[in-house]
Design a protein around this ligand. Sequence first.
Ligand code: ATP
Length: 329
Amino acid sequence: MEELPAADADADADAEVAPGTPVIATRALTKRYRGGQLAVDGLDLTVPAGSVFGFLGPNGSGKTTTIRMLMGLIEPTSGTARVLGRPMPRAVRAVLPHVGALIEGPALYGFLSGRDNLLRLDAADPTADPRTRRARVDAALDRVGLTAAGGKKAKAYSLGMKQRLGLAAALLQPRRLLVLDEPTNGLDPQGMREIRSLVRELASDGTTVFLSSHLLDEIEQVCTHAAVMARGRLITQGAVADLAAGARGRLVVTTPDVTDAARVLKEQGVADVVVDEGRVTGEPPDRELGEVNAALVAAGVRVRGFGVERASLEDAFVALTGEGFDVAE
Ligand SMILES: Nc1ncnc2c1ncn2[C@@H]1O[C@H](COP(=O)(O)OP(=O)(O)OP(=O)(O)O)[C@@H](O)[C@H]1O
């Protein structure tokens, strides 16, 4: 282990973090790029220990810039960031050994096998004991389900396998925090499922996982907590269940008579009425829903289903920002 700057207690990440200390905490964290672009604007982020924390936002909302500041890769323009209770980037050398990161795709040698890539990465870590290297690499391959493919050249791997190999690299040492930047980006649905279930598994032993995504349903499926970014600013953060509960669900009427149903719902004060095939949805009005249903039936609408659907994180996002969650790919 390299010598740390003497008497810098603040930079000592080996000391246990006091219980209750967030794994990541930023205060007014701001990054303005040299061209003048304000990429991150006054961010106050709190990532509780043991959470699977989704960092959600459309492309260009500042997620990668934030992650790069958290990992000490770039300096903030102003504000502070603490990771594992220590200030970044000052404590970067003490903090990073405890953090497994997968940022902007893993750096792999295509001509080497998956196993040889890991052996090489492990050998580059001065803290890694060479005598236990093979066991460590085999355990990491096993954790990500690449034991059988370990001897294959990395260039023959699918994108999903490359992501898994990148995760294996991040898991060569025990980690307190995993930081994954868009880990499912570019994967097919099967590859996405594999990475998501792997993330859940990694989190099940208490490792805090911080992952960025521009996919709302991904965050809902995988994360316990989330923060929502838009244009460099934090829109909201908290437990996923609470975020979704903060938004009102939508009234959904299933019926073959969609035109009549839409008209009656508008008369009943339902806003934002949307007609789909076989169903009409809208914002629940402030009146007794039984009356709305009765009005539909009285107008001869054949009501096959009537109820309020649970709000999704997407509803919460739309309610908070007043705009749709459009992703510009
Ligand atoms: N090195 C840079 N110099 C100048 N502007 C930058 C730089 N990197 C990013 N930006 C700008 O900062 C803003 C935030 O970008 P950032 O990459 O952090 O967003 P993101 O949410 O991670 O999006 P993506 O998923 O597309 O990476 C964007 O407007 C982007 O164009």
